[in-house]
Design a binder for this molecule. Structure first.
Ligand code: SF4
Ligand SMILES: [Zn+2]
Length: 372
C-alpha cells in the first residue's frame, strides 16, 4: 500500500471516530482561558493567558477527521455557529478578565487556525486585533496550521496592530509517514518551509509543536523521530520547540487504541531522555508541555509513578522556566526508570509501514473504539 493510500485510510478512520464527538455546551460569549508560566527572551518569567475563542472547529478536524490525538473539538462549537457578535463579546470578556496591564503578552487564538477565514472572517479579524491593541496588549501570539500562513496581506495586518507577533504551528514530525498517517496531520513539509519564509519576511516569530508519544511507534522510534524533528525545525528557523507529551482526549484514535491496550501514553522519562540527548546549544529552546495541564483538560496525562511524579514534574516546570540543564541532569532516579527502560528495549516485529497497514486493514470503529 502506498503512503497516499494509507493516508486516505487514516482519514476515513478518523472521520468515523469523530462521529462520536459530543458537544460541550458552553456560553458562546465566553472563551476558554487558561494560564501558563512563560520564560521570556531576557530570562524573566511571566504568566501568559491563553485564550481559545469558541468558533467553529478546525477545518482539518471537520474535513479530514483531524489529528489522531486532538481533542480541540471540546473547545470549539460543534453544532452552533458563533456569530460575529458572540466573538466580539468573547474578546470583550478577554479584555475584562485578563487586563493588558497585568498580562501584556497574550495568546489569542481559535481552537484551530486564527488565520483560517472560515473560523474568523477577514472582516472580523482586524476588529478583534484592534480591540486588543487598543486595550494595551504588547505582544500577540496565535496558533495556525501552516497553509494559512502564506497570505502576506493577513500577515502584514497582524504587524499593523502589534510590533511583536509570534505563531505556534503543529509540526509533530518531519517524517511524512509519521506526520500524515500516525498523526493524520494532513500537511506537507513544503508548506512549513513556505510558511517559514513568509513569516520571516514579516518579522513574525514562529514556534513548533512536536508530538511525543506518536501512535504505532515504539518508545525508541518516538524519541529518535522527535530528535530529528527538533533538528529539522531549528534548521527551518523555528524559534522555540514545544514538545507536547501526548495525553488522552475523547473521540480520538489515541483514546481508542489506549482503551484496547494498543497505545501507551509516554512516560515523563521520555521527555527527560530527549532533553538529555539534544545538542547542548539547542536545549534551552526546547520546552516540555502537556504533562501537568492542557486544553481541554485530558482524560489521562503522561506520568511516571506515584513516588516520583511530583518531583519529576517539578523539575520539568523548572526546566521550562529556566532552561537550566542542572534540573534535568541532577534528577534522582526512581525505580520506575526500569519500566521506561523496558519500553526502550521494545523492538517492533515489523517495519512501521506494515504495522500501520495491519491496523488499518482490520479497522472498523466497532473493532477499535467500542468499550473493551
Ligand atoms: S491538532 Fe490542530 S490541526 Fe490537528 S485537528 Fe487539532 S486543531 Fe486541527
Ligand atoms: Zn517513579
Amino acid at each position: 500500500m502506498t503512503e497516499t493510500m494509507l493516508f486516505q485510510k487514516i482519514v476515513k478512520a478518523m472521520q468515523s471516530i469523530r462521529q462520536e464527538m459530543k458537544q460541550v455546551h458552553g456560553d458562546l460569549n465566553i472563551p476558554d482561558i487558561y494560564f501558563e508560566e512563560t520564560r521570556k527572551d531576557d530570562g524573566s518569567h511571566c504568566l501568559m493567558p491563553l485564550v481559545a475563542l469558541k468558533t467553529i472547529p478546525c477545518g482539518w478536524l471537520r474535513a479530514g477527521g483531524g489529528c489522531t490525538m486532538c481533542g480541540y473539538q471540546l473547545v470549539a462549537s460543534l453544532d452552533r455557529i458563533p456569530t460575529e457578535k458572540n466573538i466580539i463579546k468573547q474578546t470583550e470578556y478577554t479584555i475584562r478578565t485578563v487586563p493588558s496591564k497585568i498580562y501584556p503578552l497574550i495568546t489569542f487564538s481559535t481552537a484551530g487556525s486564527f488565520l483560517d477565514t472560515r473560523e474568523l472572517s477577514d472582516e472580523l479579524r482586524p476588529k478583534l486585533l484592534k480591540m486588543l491593541a487598543d486595550s494595551g496588549y504588547k505582544e500577540f501570539n496565535f496558533e495556525s496550521r501552516p497553509e494559512f500562513l502564506l497570505n502576506h496581506e493577513r500577515l502584514s495586518q497582524l504587524k499593523e496592530y502589534f510590533d511583536t507577533v509570534s505563531v505556534g504551528m503543529g509540526l509533530e514530525s518531519k517524517n511524512n509517514l509519521i506526520r500524515n498517517v500516525c498523526v493524520n496531520k494532513g500537511t506537507m513539509l513544503k508548506t512549513y518551509e513556505l510558511a517559514a519564509e513568509a513569516l520571516q519576511k514579516h518579522n513574525i516569530y514562529y514556534d513548533a509543536y512536536v508530538l511525543v508519544g506518536k501512535p504505532f511507534l515504539t518508545a525508541t522510534e518516538d524519541i529518535e523521530d522527535t530528535l530529528k524533528t527538533v533538528q529539522y525545525a531549528f534548521d527551518l528557523g523555528f524559534g522555540r520547540i514545544f514538545l507536547m507529551l501526548c495525553n488522552i482526549q475523547p473521540s480520538t484514535l489515541t483514546y481508542c487504541l489506549y482503551k484496547k491496550g494498543k497505545f501507551e501514553i509516554p512516560m515523563l522519562w521520555s521527555a527527560i531522555e530527549i532533553i538529555k540527548r539534544l545538542p547542548a546549544k539547542d536545549r534551552s529552546r526546547v520546552y516540555i508541555k502537556g504533562f501537568n495541564r492542557a486544553v481541554p483538560m485530558p482524560m489521562e496525562l503522561p506520568q511516571n509513578c506515584e513516588k516520583c511524579n511530583i518531583q519529576v514534574m517539578d523539575k520539568l516546570i523548572h526546566w521550562n522556566l529556566t532552561g537550566d540543564f542542572k534540573h534535568i541532569e541532577n534528577l534522582p532516579i526512581c525505580n520506575c526508570i526500569d519500566q521506561f527502560k523496558e519500553r526502550l528495549a521494545v523492538i517492533a516485529d515489523n517495519p512501521l509501514k506494515e504495522r500501520i497497514e495491519q491496523f488499518l486493514d482490520g479497522f472498523t470503529p466497532e473493532s477499535i473504539c467500542n468499550e473493551a
